[in-house]
Design a protein around this ligand. Structure first.
Ligand SMILES: Cc1cc2nc3c(=O)[nH]c(=O)nc-3n(C[C@H](O)[C@H](O)[C@H](O)COP(=O)(O)OP(=O)(O)OC[C@H]3O[C@@H](n4cnc5c(N)ncnc54)[C@H](O)[C@@H]3O)c2cc1C
Length: 148
């Protein structure tokens, strides 16, 4: 972690991923060493090992605390609202299919949902319900989802 406290690394090349890249990202008190691919999913373990090898000298002595894999959430979830629970960002599936971008949509959907809560609650004077949160999804439908 020490080496990566203020640093993130990206690795490119067929060994780490033929269509994406490998990375080492600092995450609070540990690093995430990962790689992504759309075209060669069956080789993901091979790419993961290669990414670890590329960063070998800098992560020497570190221990693996978790191994995980996730699909990119590029499909809006069919159900994103239930009662007073509303999903935003990756949880809602707001990543663009073409570019893999999700930061903007996570921030934007979070803000839109928060604004709907502030408005629906009369600035915190009453509890919101599902109908208040529906306003957020109505606006998402007209705006962001059209883009995604
Ligand atoms: C390798 C890689 C590269 C990417 N590159 C780009 C890029 O160039 N441009 C771009 O726009 N997007 C990119 N993305 C996608 C982008 O990172 C995500 O779309 C975005 O971070 C989603 O934000 P989010 O807030 O919805 O979720 P997250 O950023 O995943 O935040 C969720 C947070 O919740 C925390 N959490 C989880 N469970 C719990 C729990 N039970 N209790 C408390 N906290 C919890 C997690 O630790 C995390 O901090 C990339 C993603 C990856 C993996």
């Amino acid at each position: 972690m020490v080496y990566y406290e203020n640093l993130a690394e990206m690795y490119v090349g067929d060994d780490v991923s033929p269509d994406f890249y490998g990375w080492v990202f600092p995450k609070c008190d540990h690093v995430a060493v990962g790689t992504g691919t759309v075209t060669h999913k069956g080789d993901i373990k091979k790419f993961q090992l290669a990414t670890r090898n590329r960063a070998r000298d800098k992560i020497l002595g570190g221990k693996i605390i978790r191994v995980e894999a996730h699909p990119i959430p590029e499909h809006p979830r069919p159900r994103r609202l239930l009662g007073r629970v509303a999903l935003v960002g990756d949880a809602a599936g707001y990543v663009t299919k073409c570019s893999g971008e999700g930061i903007y949509f996570a921030a934007k959907s979070g803000r839109m949902c928060a604004e709907a809560i502030v408005e629906g609650s009369g600035n915190g004077k009453r509890m919101v319900d599902e109908s208040d949160l529906r306003r957020y999804f109505g606006e998402m439908g007209q705006g962001i989802l059209a883009y995604i």
